[in-house]
Design a protein around this ligand. Structure first.
Ligand code: C5P
Length: 238
């Protein structure tokens, strides 16, 4: 499968992001715009990236009443993004209305995925919000709810890929951050997989930030990763 890598554009400066984008090949990767860049530079920035032929994952993790989220997701579709996301804990009705808001975009609609439990949360954080089940049970419950709502997939931590792949239809996309090529620094990521391990375990898309964005030769690192995972893809007949 082509373009499995989503490069996280975690910059506070357009100039820095542009200097990276100019070195990357839009035929070989997609990019993720999160809350920081979107808040700083808005939809015009997304359009600018798209004008450079990059497909954009708009990572704004919407969570609000169903009507508001449906409108926000439709606005993202109007912007022409490739993927957009919501928080699964917004519930079935919220996810359903978000999905329905995209129907009128037909084949042009973005993929709609959900976040289950933020990987920054520990068991005690869940308990503080009144959730009594284990973290793992909560992740499973929200991933199944997302699938039942007809969404296209979930963001999941490297640690959860095996469990979720076994539970969900093969067409349900698993989007996995916390990826570190062999020998690269882990920074603040605690539980990492290599790109090859993540694909072997069943990830569909890999979100990779600093190993590419901070590299001296970003395109060279991207090619190394693509080369590594293409062997796995071939052996899986993908
Ligand atoms: O630089 P790094 O590869 O760690 O960047 C990973 C990207 O994925 C960042 O944009 C981070 O916010 C995001 N992310 C994550 N873990 C999650 C969800 C998103 O690292 N559970």
């Amino acid at each position: 499968m082509n373009k499995r890598i989503i490069v996280a554009l975690d910059f506070d400066s357009k100039a820095d992001a542009l200097s990276l984008l100019e070195q990357l090949d839009p035929k070989r990767c997609r990019v993720k715009v999160g809350k920081e860049m979107f808040t700083l530079f808005g939809p015009e920035w997304v359009k600018q990236i798209q004008a450079m032929d990059f497909e954009v994952f708009l990572d704004l993790k919407f969570h609000d009443i169903p009507h508001t989220v449906a409108k926000a997701v439709a606005a993202a579709a109007d912007l022409g993004v490739w993927m957009v996301n919501v928080h699964a804990c917004g519930g079935m009705e919220m996810m359903n209305q978000a999905r329905q808001a995209l129907l009128c975009f037909g084949d042009e609609r973005p993929l709609l995925i959900a976040v289950t439990v933020l990987t920054s949360m520990l068991q005690k954080d869940l308990e503080q919000t009144g959730i009594r089940s284990t973290l793992e049970e909560q992740v499973k419950r929200l991933a199944l709810l997302t699938s039942d709502a007809g969404l296209d997939g979930v963001v999941c931590s490297a640690r959860e890929v095996t469990m979720l792949r076994a539970l969900l239809p093969i067409t349900f996309n698993l989007v996995t951050p916390g990826i570190r090529p062999e020998k690269s620094a882990h920074q603040d990521q605690k539980r990492v997989l290599t790109p090859k391990q993540a694909i072997e375990k069943g990830s569909d898309y890999l979100v990779i930030g600093r190993p590419i964005t901070q590299a001296e030769e970003p395109m060279q690192i991207l090619e190394l990763i693509l080369n590594e995972i293409s062997k796995t893809d071939q052996s899986n007949n993908l």
